[in-house]
Write a protein that binds this ligand. Sequence first.
Ligand code: ZN
Ligand code: ZN
Length: 341
Amino acid sequence: MDNLLERQPDGLYCAAGGFYIDPWNPVERAVITHAHADHLCPSSKRYLCTRAGEALLRARIGSEGLIEAVDYGASVTFDGVRVSLHPAGHIRGSAQIRLEYRGEIWVVSGDYKLDADSTCAPFDPVPCHTFVTESTFGLPIFRWLEPTEALAAINAWWRGNRQAGKASVLFAYPLGKAQRVLAGVDSSIGPIYTHGAVETFNRLYRDAGIALAATQYARSAPPKTDWTGALILAPPMAKTAPWLRRFGDFSTGLASGWMRIRGTRRRRSIDRGFVLSDHADWPALLTAIRSSGARRVWVTHGYRAQLARWLEESGLEAHAIDTQYEGERDDAELPSDEAEP
Ligand SMILES: [Zn+2]
Ligand SMILES: [Zn+2]
């Protein structure tokens, strides 16, 4: 039988069902794993996503485009292809997409992690014949500590800065990572301010009943605000912006899996790096692949050739698939030579 999915110029295409998964160009029908920009493109006619991800998707694509939202586990059928969405544990509403056609089962992971995250449903392994995995951090050097340890380190840094009379500016990816930080930090340390890009998504998380620490929009703060002891959450792109000047004396931090690589922090001239990622680390990638039971694996974004080679050597059929997914560049314009081993 032909492959249920094929790599077409616009994205991963299911010919039997007539739809794409996370296409990078506008199409008739797009099935969406999650609302990060590299996984969704505006101006498609129809979208299918999870109910938990619908508001985030709408915020990203604007008012055009029909969205059909389904609960995790519920299925819809397109020309005989049964499609269901299952928790990926990456950000709120993120899904693995399960396709079933004539007894053949494929699962497209989208981005995922196995670590605990109170802001989204936990990763749920889905048995399949072919598993399409991401590999953003698909090298053995990428191993995360417990997320609670990263959050404790952020609290300690913030407390220390407060004692030193400084503000703490923490850069974090504005959708997913920033909310995970807000759900985990100790808000008794001081006030928390946000950049507008972060606040947009905070609102959508709170609307969905996710408990986040109280925040104030930094831009609305009165001109004479004393920023000493405050935590300011901003997207990495704000790092070079004049936006930062108002905070006076401050220390900078970045919460990202890339902080696992020594040197990245120095080159980004960030005072502190916190290894906190919404992607699977190397052991978690292998665990997820194993628990899918798949004999065949397609590897997309990141270190796909390296992970595919490792899987081949362990007896699986593996293929590196070239997609336009980037992985979250929450390290902000990391030069491409650093993205290679
Ligand atoms: Zn993502
Ligand atoms: Zn991605």
